[in-house]
Write a protein that binds this ligand. Structure first.
Ligand code: IPE
Ligand code: IPE
Ligand code: MG
Length: 247
């Protein structure tokens, strides 16, 4: 565990969401194929998850594959899917040992059947765990998630289960994949791009954003602690004045 950072425990986020970007650029830097970068990205997942456990951060959500990523070259998509199967196979025992509960958000049905089966098996085997909840965003699109929520709510109105006037932000939240988990406090994106790329558009409404040039495979515990330290020094005002929130 990193010893370089004095992190005030009471100020740490409850939920960190990460756009794990830059595997391809990391691989290129090392003169290798993109998939080599994805493989090394798994180590960064392991260390981030470990740090959350050590610091008592209860929710970690990782953007692993967007709906837009289906448009990548076939070889890369297949490579990512087989990496996912292997990673779940190799890591599930560790997840249980570390009390990590696995969850997914996204359109799971789009995933190849073997991936769906492996995921479900791991979700079932870790269902009793009470430490960190790890949510993997797979075949995830925030716009589709919100659209599907709207459709479900519209159907409830048509069925006279709810009135139009009763629809409020909580109604929307309750119909998202993330209905069971709090909104992220901190969103980290690695590898230099400063965009959201269709990730948790609704849920990030009041998250603190942190961007780093470090590529995902190099995002170790030290880098994560750096982000957390920045977060603990931010003042979250939620529209109020600084004087008000200091009270
Ligand atoms: C993130 O790294 C992993 C996925 C999107 C699956 P990238 O593969 O996007 O890496 P870069 O951005 O091309 O370097
Ligand atoms: C976002 O990264 C998706 C994931 C990290 C899974 P991308 O590399 O796909 O995003 P863009 O294309 O740079 O916006
Ligand atoms: Mg990228």
């Amino acid at each position: 565990m990193s010893v370089n950072y004095q992190l005030e425990k009471s100020k740490l986020p409850k939920h960190v969401a990460i756009i794990m970007d830059g595997n391809g650029r990391w691989a290129k830097k090392h003169g290798k194929d993109r998939i080599f970068g994805h493989h090394h990205g798994v180590d960064a997942v392991r260390s981030s998850l470990e740090l959350c456990g050590e610091l008592g951060i209860k929710y970690l959500t990782l953007y692993a594959f967007s709906t837009e990523n289906w448009g990548r070259p076939k070889d890369e998509v297949l490579g990512l899917m087989s990496l996912l199967v292997h990673a779940i196979d190799n890591e599930t025992t560790n997840l249980i040992k570390n009390n990590v509960k696995l969850n997914t958000i996204g359109n799971n049905n789009d995933l190849p059947e073997d991936v769906q089966m492996k995921l479900q098996e791991s979700i079932d085997r870790t269902a009793h765990c009470t430490g960190v909840t790890l949510s993997l965003a797979l075949s995830y699109s925030s716009q589709i998630e919100i659209t599907e929520a709207c459709k479900k709510i519209a159907a409830s109105v048509l069925a006279s289960d709810i009135n139009v006037d009763d629809i409020n932000p909580e109604t929307i939240s309750a119909n998202l994949f993330t209905s069971e988990i709090p909104n992220p406090d901190l969103m980290i994106r690695t590898s230099g791009e400063q965009r959201i790329s269709n990730f948790l558009l609704w849920q990030l409404a009041y998250a603190e954003l942190y961007f780093t040039d470090v590529h995902w495979p190099d995002f170790d515990k030290d880098e994560f602690c750096k982000a957390l330290e920045v977060y603990t020094n931010r003042e979250r005002r939620y529209g109020k004045t600084s004087e008000q929130v200091k009270q």
